[in-house]
Design a protein around this ligand. Structure first.
Ligand SMILES: Nc1nc2c(ncn2[C@@H]2O[C@H](COP(=O)(O)OP(=O)(O)OP(=O)(O)O)[C@@H](O)[C@H]2O)c(=O)[nH]1
Ligand SMILES: [Mg+2]
Length: 197
């Protein structure tokens, strides 16, 4: 899972959960939406703190909080939940031995009260590799019981060739626009701004 970000004219956020590869996805997003390459692939290292990325997609300004997926860093994630508008969770689809861990970490994310109603985008990354499983297969492997009423999408992507990324982000922008949580967080941000005048 990685992390993400959103803020539009009215603040919008997406927290991202991630299981490897979020940073490369963020790099690809910048390449697609900002015509900028970001860091070269060989300069991307495991994320320890927080990387912040900003893009504009479908007239929404998105702010991504990219968090490290290493086990020892996951306790940091929940500090970002309350203000996140959505969750992007990136899974290395070419590495089935990591799915069990990805599943239990994601279930914990989904059980957290502070993320209630946040749309969930699960990216089955590394589709450029021949052994990667599709988003449908990944959904079957994970067999998430915690989805409840949550709006979610499993999508096959590759941070290397860009496959699926634009579709996934367009879906997320649409989900955010329809989300009650977005409304709630915007109202809260508006009230906080008014209170500080
Ligand atoms: N083949 C392939 N490799 C990828 C892809 N995305 C990321 N990688 C590689 O996978 C490794 C991990 O990528 P990162 O983007 O650092 O993963 P991360 O999720 O940010 O990792 P943490 O920061 O530790 O949470 C790097 O060696 C990347 O080059 C992809 O779509 N295809
Ligand atoms: Mg990273």
């Amino acid at each position: 899972m990685q992390d993400s970000w959103f803020n539009d004219l009215h603040p919008k956020s997406a927290a991202h959960g991630h299981e490897m590869c979020f940073t490369d996805i963020a790099r690809k997003l910048k390449a697609i939406y900002l015509n900028s390459e970001g860091l070269p692939q060989d300069r991307i290292v495991p994320t320890v703190g927080l990387n912040i990325g900003r893009i504009e997609a479908s007239n929404a300004k998105l702010v991504f909080w990219d968090l490290g997926g290493q086990i020892g860093l996951r306790t940091i994630w929940e500090k970002y939940y309350e203000e996140a508008h959505a969750i992007i969770y990136v899974i290395d689809a070419s590495c089935p031995s990591s799915f069990e861990d990805a599943k239990s970490a994601l279930e914990k994310v989904l059980r957290h009260d502070d993320l209630r109603g946040a749309p969930l985008l699960i990216l089955a990354n590394k589709q450029d590799l021949p052994n990667a499983v599709s988003s449908e297969e990944l959904a079957r492997y994970l067999d998430l019981k915690e989805l409840g009423e949550r709006v979610y999408l499993f999508e096959s992507v590759s941070a290397y060739d860009g496959k699926g990324i634009k579709y996934a982000i367009d879906w997320l922008v649409d989900a955010l626009e329809r989300s009650k949580r977005t409304e709630l967080l915007r109202t809260r941000a508006g009230n906080a701004a008014a209170g500080s005048i």
